[in-house]
Design a protein around this ligand. Sequence first.
Ligand code: NAP
Length: 215
Amino acid sequence: MLGTDLTILLREKRALSSSHNEEIEVIDAPHEELDITLEDEVSDFISRHTPDIIINCAAFTNVDKCETEREIAFKVNALGPKYIAAAAKECGARVIHISTDFVFDGNSDSPYSEEDQTNPLSEYGRTKLEGERNIQNHCNAFLIVRTSWLFGRHGTNFVEKMLELAGHNKELSIVTDETGSPTYTADLAGALWTLIKQECEGIIHVANEGSCSRY
Ligand SMILES: NC(=O)c1ccc[n+]([C@@H]2O[C@H](COP(=O)([O-])OP(=O)(O)OC[C@H]3O[C@@H](n4cnc5c(N)ncnc54)[C@H](OP(=O)(O)O)[C@@H]3O)[C@@H](O)[C@H]2O)c1
């Protein structure tokens, strides 16, 4: 979902870039082309292309499946970022890594800040937090962007699922105790572009404005 919107945006920026200095080359790496859980392939791919910036949008994002398919969740969400970070360090690339509000326990009544204590309650959150730590420990220059409740035109999301279910069921039961900031992937792609241009580093929270419950 995010990777596709980001690729579209970067290609638009490339088309608009006029001077040679600003020229952007975009190399997308869909799952079929690169499996981030294979260390040698990650290293090969990155050393072949020697990118200036690597943006990791790949993840095992099915929160429920992460509980039952723990090994694959750990490989994709924790080990993949480690391999990317190590290969980035070798070629001097900056890494932009996408993470999640699931690294927190959700008990706060107000929005989380970057300084707040992490405390993941799910396997998805735990593996994503381990991925963050691997990025921090294994590469020189990084930005970790934590976002929340993504929706977009490409891929499955909560809104689409609700519309589909509403087509079959007369009544839907939706939780009322989960509140978050739904974030449009095209907006997040735009924010990533700004952060890249400003050469931001460290950890930053990025979401659309406003909040609502799932209900
Ligand atoms: N969705 C949300 O609500 C949400 C909220 C907060 C943060 N995030 C984070 O935002 C980022 C983007 O999320 P998204 O919703 O755009 O995810 P998505 O639509 O589920 O896309 C994830 C992509 O990762 C690919 N992938 C999975 N395993 C891989 C592997 N081993 N090697 C290479 N690629 C692999 C998937 O390919 P296949 O489809 O072929 O498996 C898919 O293309 C992720 O880091 C996610 O944790 C998401």
